[in-house]
Design a protein around this ligand. Structure first.
Ligand code: ADP
Ligand code: ZN
Ligand code: ZN
Length: 802
C-alpha cells in the first residue's frame, strides 16, 4: 500500500506533525513528496504538503488523499529538509515554515457551504433559499441573511442539510487567447475576396492574419477594429483556430535594459573576489564577509561572482533589503544577465510574484534578485548566495517563522557546497565578530573605486544653535551649504529619521498625549484630513479641537515629521524645488520610482525623505547630504541603538559625492560627543566596532551572549501575568546559573491591538536544551492557546527589542 505523510494547513501545536493518508490508485503515478494535496481532516477538507511517501503505517483506519494540486513538487527535497531544520530552529510549525517558502498565492482559501442532504419536508423553513438550487454558501448567509444562520445550523443538526468544506487553490495562472491562421494564405485571400460586404470585419481580420498569421486575440481585435465575434465566426468556418495559452504577468514588460559588460576589476577588487572564486572552484562552502565602503565596487564583485556561477552551470540568489530593491538596483542585474533574472519583491501583486516564482521552478531563469523570502528560491543547483547590506534588520522576519535570511542562506550554502557572500559597508557586529574569529572569511575593500575621497562630514551642535538664538530646524551651517548648492545648481539630499520623530499630539496645559485606544502608542498626526492615525493597528480619528482630558484649547502636534520640514523649507528657501519621500507619498504602486526618476532628471533641487532614501541611490549631482536629527534613534530602548545609528549615518553619508563633483555631509545632532556619531563622521568602522564590542561585553549582549525572547499576550491581563511568571520560573529551574533571565516585565509596547503583552528575555552563552524547555512550556499551555486568546510568541534570535 502507498502511504503519503502529509503536514496539514492547521497552524497549531496539537497537529504539528505529519498525518498518514492512503494514496488512491488513480494518484499512484503522479504523487511525489513536496506536492500540495487536499485531504479530509475531521469534517473539513484541508490543504497539505506531502513530506514523504512510505509503504507502511500503524494507523488502522486510513483516509484517502482527495486531490493533488500540483503537477510537479513545489517544495524540492532540499526545501523539505530545510523546512524541518527551520521549524526546529525557530520553534515554528511545519506548515507555517512551508508556507513561508512559497508565494502567498499558493496558500489555500477555504469556503463552507450548505447543501441539501435529502428531499426537504413541506414546512422546510429555508425553502425559498433553495427554490432553484441545492447549495448555499456560508458567505452568502453571513452577508445577506445573517438572521438565518441559526436556522441553517438547526437544519444541519436535523440532517436536512449537510455542511461541506471546500479548498480553493488561489494560485491562478493567467491566460490569453491566441489566433492562428489555419487555411493557407492563398485560400484565405480568396475566401476574403468572396465575403459579402456586410462581413467586412471578418475580411479585415483575415487579411491581417495573412500578414501576421499568429496573434494575440486582443491585439488582432485592436489592429483591425473588428470584434471577437468576427474572429469566432471565422473559427466556425474552419479558417482560424483560437487557443488559450498561459502567460506570465510581467511587471517589467516593455522595459529594455541596456546590456552591460563586466568591468575590469581593480587590484583591490581582484583580491576581494579571490576567496569567492576559490570556493566555487573547489566546490566548497565558505561564508565571505565582504566589508567595503560605499562606492567601493561591491556590486561589480557580486555581478562577476554570479557570472562565474552561471558559467559553471549553477544558479545564484541575490538578497537585497526591500527598501533598496529599487528599479536602479534591478537594472544593474538585468543589464548584465538579461532575461535570466527573476525579481521578487513586495511591490509585485500576488499573481506577479507567483509568475516570477514559477520561472524559477521551471528553470527558465538562473538568477533571482529579491527581498528576504527569495532565499527560499527553489533552485536545485545553487552556486552562490549573496546578501547585500547584510546588517539590515529586515532580513529577520518579525512573524512566524521568525527566521533570519542569513542563517537560511548559510544552511543552503552548506547543503550545496557553495559560497555565501555577506556584503556591507557597516557589517553587523555579529558578522564582523565571526569574521574576526575565522568562522567567516573577511574580504575588505577600503577605498572607493575611482579613488574618490569619502565626503568630509561636519557635525553641528543643535544645542549651540538654540543657545545662539537659531530656533529653526536647520543649523546655520546647513543653511549656508544649502544656499550654495542651490546657487550652483547642484542637488541636496535631506534625511530625517522617521522613528522617534513622528508627530504626536500633546496638550500644553495638562500634558495629555493622545494615544490609540487599542495600543499603548501615541497617535501620529497627519495634516491631510486633520487625522490622527495609529501606525500599529490602523486606528484613525479626527484631530480634537479641545483636550479630551482637560478641555483646554492648547492642544497641538509636536515633533518634526517630513511634512513639517517641507513646510519650513518652503518658508526659508521658497525658490527650492522639493521632492518629499516618505510612507505617505509612496503609498501608491510605482510612486517610489516616479519620485526618484524626477529627482534623477533634476526636476527638483532637494530630496527630502526618511529611511527609504538612505540606501542605494546614486545621483551624480548630489553634493550635499544633510542629516536633521542624527541622535533621534540613539535613545530608543534598544541595545542596538548605537549600531543602528552608526549604520544609518554611514549609509546616508555615502550618498554624497559619488561622481566627479566633491560631496559634503552635515550632521545635526544634540549629542555630538557620542561615539556612533563621531565614528560615522570619520568613516571609521573599526573604531566603532571595537568601542561597541566593549559595551556589548560589559552589558552581556550579542554577539557575546545569545538573546531569546518569549512574548506572552492576551486580552486578559491576569492571564498574561500568570503565564509569563510560570514560564520564567520554569526556565529559572532548568537553565545554567550563568544564564540571565530578564522579566517577566511588560513589553515596550505594553498593549497592542487590545492585547496585553509581557516578555521574558533570556541571555545565555551555552544552553543546548533551551529549545526543548521552551517547547515544554508551549506544550504545557497548549490548551489555553487553542481555546482562549492566549498567545506565546518565541523569538530565538532577537533583532528588534522594541
Ligand atoms: P558599492 O556597491 O560598493 O556601493 P558600486 O558597485 O555601486 O559600489 O560601485 C561604485 C561605482 O563604481 C559604480 O558606478 C560602478 O559602476 C563603478 N565601478 C565598480 N567597479 C569598477 C571597476 N572595476 N572599474 C570601473 N568602475 C567601477
Ligand atoms: Zn489637557
Ligand atoms: Zn492602535
Amino acid at each position: 500500500m502507498m502511504i503519503a505523510q502529509v503536514v496539514v494547513d492547521l497552524p497549531s501545536g496539537l497537529v504539528n506533525k505529519s498525518f498518514d493518508y492512503k494514496v488512491p490508485d488513480s494518484l499512484k503515478h503522479s504523487i511525489l513528496p513536496g506536492m500540495r494535496v487536499v485531504v479530509p481532516f475531521g469534517p473539513r477538507k484541508l490543504q497539505g504538503f506531502v513530506t514523504q511517501i512510505v509503504l507502511d503505517t500503524d494507523v488502522e483506519k486510513l483516509k484517502e488523499i482527495q486531490e493533488v494540486l500540483d503537477p510537479v513538487p513545489v517544495l524540492t527535497e532540499e526545501l523539505l529538509l530545510l523546512g524541518q531544520w527551520l521549524s526546529d530552529h525557530t520553534l515554528s510549525f511545519y506548515i507555517t515554515v512551508f508556507q513561508a517558502m512559497l508565494p502567498a498565492a499558493m496558500k489555500a482559501s477555504y469556503s463552507k457551504s450548505f447543501v441539501l442532504a435529502k428531499e426537504p419536508a413541506e414546512d422546510f423553513p429555508l425553502a425559498s433559499l433553495y427554490s432553484n438550487r441545492s447549495e448555499v454558501t456560508l458567505d452568502e448567509v453571513i452577508q445577506e441573511h445573517p438572521q438565518m444562520l441559526a436556522v441553517f445550523q438547526q437544519q444541519a443538526r436535523a440532517g436536512v442539510i449537510d455542511v461541506i468544506y471546500k479548498v480553493k487553490d488561489q494560485a491562478v495562472k493567467k491566460k490569453k487567447k491566441y489566433v492562428t491562421l489555419k487555411a493557407d494564405m492563398k485560400a484565405a485571400e480568396e475566401f476574403a475576396e468572396n465575403l459579402p460586404a456586410r462581413s467586412k470585419k471578418q475580411k479585415d481580420v483575415l487579411m491581417n492574419l495573412v500578414l501576421i498569421p499568429f496573434q494575440e486575440l486582443q491585439e488582432l481585435v485592436r489592429n483591425t477594429g473588428a470584434n471577437s465575434a468576427a474572429v469566432a465566426a471565422l473559427e466556425k468556418k474552419g479558417l482560424v483556430t483560437i487557443e488559450e495559452r498561459e502567460v506570465y504577468r510581467d511587471p517589467f514588460a516593455g522595459r529594455e535594459e541596456r546590456k552591460t559588460e563586466p568591468l575590469e576589476l581593480t587590484d583591490l577588487q581582484q583580491q576581494a573576489i579571490l576567496p569567492i572564486i576559490n570556493a566555487m572552484e573547489k566546490n566548497s562552502h565558505e561564508t565571505v564577509l565582504l566589508h567595503g565602503v560605499t562606492g567601493s565596487g561591491k556590486t561589480e564583485i557580486y555581478l562577476q561572482s554570479i557570472d562565474k556561477a552561471l558559467q559553471e552551470g549553477n544558479e545564484a540568489i541575490v538578497l537585497v533589503p526591500e527598501i533598496a530593491l529599487t528599479p536602479q538596483m534591478v537594472t544593474r542585474f538585468k543589464g548584465r544577465f538579461g532575461s535570466k533574472v527573476a525579481v521578487l519583491h513586495s511591490g509585485l501583486s500576488k499573481g506577479e510574484k507567483y509568475d516570477e516564482w514559477r520561472k524559477i521552478l521551471r528553470k527558465e531563469v538562473t538568477v533571482v534578485v529579491g527581498a528576504r523570502s527569495a532565499v527560499f528560491a527553489p533552485f536545485e543547483n545553487l552556486g552562490l548566495i549573496i546578501i547585500d547590506e547584510e546588517h539590515e534588520t529586515s532580513y529577520k522576519q518579525d512573524d512566524n517563522p521568525r527566521y533570519h535570511a542569513r542563517d537560511v542562506a548559510i544552511w543552503r550554502g552548506q547543503h550545496h557546497s557553495c559560497p555565501v557572500i555577506l556584503g556591507s559597508a557597516t557589517p553587523s557586529l555579529e558578522s564582523y565578530a565571526r569574521a574576526q574569529k575565522g568562522v567567516y572569511t573577511l574580504s575588505s575593500l577600503t577605498k572607493r573605486v575611482m579613488m574618490q575621497e569619502l565626503p568630509p562630514v561636519e557635525i553641528t551642535d543643535m544645542r549651540n544653535e538654540l543657545h545662539e538664538g537659531n530656533r529653526s530646524m536647520f543649523s546655520r551651517r546647513l543653511m549656508e551649504e544649502m544656499n550654495s548648492r542651490l546657487e550652483r545648481g547642484e542637488q541636496i539630499v535631506l534625511f530625517l529619521n522617521r522613528r522617534g520623530y513622528s508627530s504626536f499630539v500633546l496638550c500644553r496645559d495638562c500634558g495629555y498625549a493622545v494615544t490609540c485606544p487599542h495600543c499603548d502608542i501615541s497617535l501620529t498626526y497627519h495634516k491631510k484630513g486633520q487625522q490622527l492615525k495609529c501606525h500599529y493597528c490602523g486606528h484613525e480619528e479626527y484631530m480634537p479641537s479641545n483636550c479630551p482630558s482637560c478641555s483646554s484649547e492648547h492642544i497641538r502636534y509636536f515633533g518634526t515629521g517630513t511634512q513639517k520640514v517641507e513646510e519650513e523649507l518652503a518658508k526659508l528657501l521658497p525658490e527650492a524645488r522639493v521632492i518629499r519621500m516618505d510612507v505617505d507619498t509612496t503609498r501608491r504602486k510605482g510612486s517610489h520610482e516616479k519620485l526618484l526618476t524626477a529627482f534623477g532628471n533634476e526636476e527638483a533641487d532637494i530630496l527630502l525623505g526618511t529611511q527609504m532614501i538612505a540606501k542605494g541611490l546614486d545621483f551624480p549631482k548630489v553634493t550635499l547630504v544633510g542629516v536633521l536629527a542624527a541622535d533621534s534613534m540613539l535613545h530608543l530602548p534598544d541595545f542596538r541603538a548605537s549600531e543602528k545609528t552608526f549604520q544609518l549615518l554611514t549609509q546616508v553619508s555615502g550618498r554624497a559625492g559619488r561622481d566627479v563633483l566633491p560631496g559634503k555631509v552635515v550632521i545635526q545632532t544634540y549629542d555630538c560627543s557620542h561615539y556612533s556619531i563621531q565614528c560615522a563622521s570619520e568613516h571609521d568602522y573599526l573604531t566603532f566596532y571595537n568601542r561597541e564590542m566593549l559595551t556589548r561585553r560589559s552589558m552581556q549582549y550579542p554577539p557575546y551572549y545569545f538573546l531569546s525572547m518569549m512574548t506572552v499576550s492576551s486580552p486578559d491581563l491576569l492571564k498574561v501575568v500568570e503565564v509569563s511568571e510560570k514560564a520564567a520560573e520554569y526556565l529559572q529551574s532548568k537553565l545554567n546559573t550563568s544564564s540571565i533571565i530578564l522579566g517577566p516585565v511588560a513589553s515596550p509596547i505594553a498593549r497592542l491591538k487590545d492585547r496585553y503583552r509581557y516578555q521574558v528575555m533570556v541571555k545565555y552563552k551555552n544552553e543546548p536544551d533551551l529549545r526543548l524547555y521552551i517547547r515544554e512550556i508551549l506544550n504545557h499551555f497548549q490548551r489555553d492557546i487553542a481555546q482562549t486568546q492566549l498567545q506565546i510568541a518565541v523569538d530565538m534570535n532577537v533583532q528588534n527589542v522594541m
